[in-house]
Design a protein around this ligand. Structure first.
Ligand code: DGL
Length: 271
């Protein structure tokens, strides 16, 4: 049974794995008194190499896991789900507000670019869907979008290979065609990629502005809560409620690495 959410209800966030922690981190920074609920579908990661039918089924199941905790809002901290299944999440969570990372990232890129030459990197599913190019062109018809899938970035992030020669080589290989197009803005269109931000930034060079869709969606969430009077009251920083579908210990060690914080308990849920 659904109770009407109040301003003190939690905000539900999900991703296929640890990638959405970049959204959790951005949310904690911007909205420290919100109670955050995070689900990482670590049993079924990666999503980005799977078919649309499968991704849509996962999206519905992930949303239902968050709904058990009566959230006031759902944030899809996964570009792949935002690109291929945002409508499924909206329908499952109705009438709750749902924010996806993709539109937030696309709009920020359009605001930031000076030349209109925008690079987008994401999972195979996100790039093949053309959802970023569509969203960017909706916001600015003059922009030119150059995109490329970087499937190896997800396992590199999941393995915590953040400052590593292999990651650096792969980044060079992936980014070369985009840099040859003289992009001035690069959207990290997968929430796992900000985990590798240092290497991506270093490879792209100083002339390219990096857009982190995680930060963009957190700013949107803050604005939505403010405009609807649903901001949580209180001044104390909250501890997030973490849930995963497999290997909670592995998730805990990656959490410690990326978040630079003590790890709260991680609950194992069945999918
Ligand atoms: N972090 C996700 C995204 O933003 C998905 C990565 C994956 O599971 O392939 O697309």
């Amino acid at each position: 049974m659904h109770r009407t959410p109040t301003s003190q209800s939690p905000i539900g966030i999900f991703d296929s794995g640890v990638g959405g922690l970049t959204v959790l981190k951005a949310m904690q920074k911007l909205l420290p008194s919100e109670q955050l609920l995070y689900f990482g579908d670590t049993a079924r990661v990666p999503y980005g190499t799977k078919s649309q039918v499968t991704i849509r089924r996962y999206a519905e199941e992930d949303t239902r896991i968050l709904l058990r905790h009566q959230p006031k809002m759902i944030i899809v901290a996964c570009n792949t789900v935002s690109a291929l299944a945002l409508d499924v999440v909206e329908k499952t969570a109705d009438p709750l507000p749902v924010l996806g990372v993709l539109e937030a990232g696309a709009d920020t890129a359009v605001e930031v670019t000076r030349t209109g030459r925008i690079g987008v990197i994401g999972t195979q599913a996100t790039i093949s869907s053309n959802a970023y190019a569509y969203a960017i062109n909706q916001a600015s018809a003059d922009s030119e979008v150059f995109s490329t899938a970087c499937p190896l970035f997800v396992p590199l992030a999941e393995e915590g290979m953040l400052n590593n020669e292999a990651t650096r080589l792969i980044a060079r290989e992936y980014l070369a065609p985009l840099l040859a197009e003289e992009i001035d803005t690069l959207v990290l269109g997968c929430t796992h990629y900000p985990i590798l931000r240092t290497i991506i930034e270093e490879t792209a060079g100083t002339g390219v502005t990096i857009i982190d869709s995680a930060e963009a969606v957190a700013a949107r969430a803050a604005a939505l809560l403010r405009n609807t009077g649903m901001e949580a009251s209180g001044t104390r920083a909250t501890i997030p409620h973490l849930m995963v579908s497999d290997l909670p210990q592995k998730f805990s060690s990656l959490y410690r690495l990326f978040m630079n914080a003590t790890v709260p308990d991680v609950e194992l849920v069945e999918v």
